[in-house]
Write a protein that binds this ligand. Structure first.
Ligand code: NAD
Ligand code: UGA
Length: 491
């Protein structure tokens, strides 16, 4: 008999749990979806219009399912009452963080599964009825076996738990369109009757808005590995292009032209081939290191080295970018001022986890530069926190750092502009950008003027440099204003 899901509990109210649950709830009015987290502040923010994460279009989807309206009963809830919500649910989405381990065996490489384990222990303790448990978090291969083992030891007798893998492929900044129109939904299950029945129940939840031919059901362990593999291949494209960008700078080729030419081959495709100062974000690095660690623990050392080289090229690219800044500024940053435009790891997100900006800012502080940072979305406390926890220098370089409210303020007295995030407003290519609504107080669709580069030039020191870590500027136009422009992968 098919299982019909009536109540879903999502554990983890972060970048994946929040948007995914909101879309599931908005498309399934008959299913009650509750997102739980032990972080009270985060849960309270989800209950307001000042959401804890910025994601274009998110607030509209959340409001549609969360807020009472004449024709619709709310079916999206946020709560810290983890026990009750687990007990009531038929299906539980595990969307907790799985960062790189920081202690003990595998530190700096393996995935930290303790958050997942503690969520599953909790399920074992409080469940009074059968549950389908879904790995939405990105996990190492065979994590499902670990979860099954924990449940077997903690659960009350007679209760059945079926574990599915349903990895998430959304990218931040485009989470809502990605969730509404996914390339595929992957559901991994055991091929037992109960496994297949659970997979079908989850497929039916997605079937409310995703075509059936895009919902793929595969083996549980293939699904776990496919997620790590997808991120590794996406990052591998960026590292490949970034490696080529180093060659371009020496041979007089232009990496944007090279990427364009390569991407026209349908077998390659044009996406994820944009050269940059280096990829950031919470997942690429950690997932590749996790994949490499798994390979190593299987004694597949060449395989581990292959994947790890993607991360190594990324580190090289960030370093190379800083070295170029130092070289162009006459081999010394001491007493110089750098305007850093953008701190988020990509545009349209306020997320700064693993952003390339951390390494670049750390490096230039070490060289003695004064740094003035502006990011349209990231707040000063977050920038300082990120640098404090990650960089070697900030303790003694606090005075070298100023966080500014505008791109112009950042340029005051600066010798160079360093573009680290591809925010539309930094480009000099077209006029006006509209940013979508979606983040609390910034809900009114903001129409944003692009930066007026001539105005920025007025307050800078001469000679003025631009180091474009995202290749978003029209270098010729800036050169007419008197800037010396250095782009990635262009001589
Ligand atoms: P996040 O840190 O934003 O959110 C995780 C949340 O889980 C936190 O709010 C934390 O308080 C909560 N949590 C942890 N343990 C808990 C527990 N035992 N009980 C209740 N709450 C608990 O993380 P994220 O970016 O949403 O990523 C979650 C997972 O999804 C990771 O495995 C990640 O690799 C994967 N993923 C992330 C993205 C992305 O774009 N961020 C995309 C695809 C997959
Ligand atoms: C990435 C994947 O794209 C998602 O499919 C996946 O679900 C997610 O990781 C995850 O597992 O967390 P995300 O990191 O949010 O999503 O964003 P991307 O658009 O992939 O960008 C990652 C980094 O690579 C950013 O710093 C971006 O600026 C950089 N990038 C991206 C490039 O340098 N060049 C490109 O061509 C594309």
């Amino acid at each position: 008999k098919p299982i019909r899901i009536k109540k879903i509990c999502c554990i983890g109210a972060g970048y994946v749990g929040g948007p995914t649950s909101a879309v599931i709830a908005s498309k399934n009015p008959d299913i009650q979806v509750t997102v739980v987290d032990y972080n009270r502040e985060r849960i309270e923010a989800w209950q307001t219009d000042d959401l804890p994460i910025y994601e274009p279009g998110l607030l509209d989807v959340v409001r549609a399912a969360r807020d009472a309206k004449s024709k619709r009963t709310p079916n999206l809830f946020f709560s810290t009452d983890v026990d009750r919500c687990i007990a009531e649910a038929d299906l539980i989405l595990l969307s907790v963080n799985t960062p790189t381990k920081s202690l003990g065996r595998g530190a700096g490489h393996a995935s930290e599964l303790s958050y997942l384990e503690s969520a599953v222990r909790k399920i074992g303790e409080v469940a009074e009825s059968n549950k389908i448990i879904v790995e939405k978090s990105t996990v190492p291969c065979r994590a499902a076996d670990t979860l099954r083992d924990v449940l077997a030891a903690t659960a009350k007798p007679g209760i059945h738990f079926e574990i599915l893998s349903n990895p998430e492929f959304l990218a931040e900044g485009t989470a809502i369109p990605n969730l509404l129109n996914p390339d595929r939904i992957l559901i991994g299950s055991l091929k037992t009757p109960r496994g297949l029945q659970a997979a079908q129940a989850l497929a039916d939840v997605y079937g409310a808005w995703v075509d059936h031919d895009r919902i793929i059901t595969i083996n549980l362990y293939s699904s776990e590995l496919a997620k790590l593999a997808a991120n590794a291949l996406l990052a591998q494209r960026i590292s490949s292009v970034n490696a080529l960008s180093a060659m371009c700078e020496s041979v007089g080729a232009d990496i944007d032209e090279v990427s364009y030419a390569i991407g026209l081959d349908k077998r390659i495709g044009s996406r994820m081939l944009k050269a940059s100062v280096g990829f950031g974000g919470s997942c690429f690095r950690k997932d590749i290191l996790s994949l490499a660690y798994i390979a190593e623990s299987l004694h597949l050392f060449e395989v581990a080295d292959y994947w790890r080289s993607i991360v190594e090229i990324n580190e090289y690219q960030k370093d190379r970018f800083t070295r170029r800044i130092v070289r162009c500024l006459y081999n010394s940053l001491s007493g110089k001022t750098l305007a850093v435009w953008g701190f988020a790891y990509k545009k349209d997100t306020g997320d700064t986890r693993e952003t390339a900006a951390i390494s670049v800012v750390d490096n230039v502080l070490t060289e003695g530069a004064n740094v003035r940072i502006y990011d349209p979305l990231v707040k000063e406390t977050q920038i300082r926190q990120e640098l404090k926890s990650t960089t070697s220098r900030l303790g003694c370089a606090e005075k070298q750092l100023v966080v500014c409210d505008s791109a112009y303020e950042a340029c005051t007295g600066a010798d160079a502009v360093i573009i680290l995030t591809e925010w539309d407003e930094f480009s000099n290519r077209s006029e006006v950008v509209r940013r979508d609504s979606g983040h609390g107080k910034k809900t009114k669709a903001r129409s944003e003027r692009k930066v007026d580069w001539a105005r920025a030039a007025e307050v800078m020191r001469r000679p003025m440099f631009v180091f474009d870590g995202r290749n978003i500027v029209d270098a010729g136009a800036l050169e007419e204003l008197g800037f010396r422009v250095e782009c990635i992968g262009k001589a």
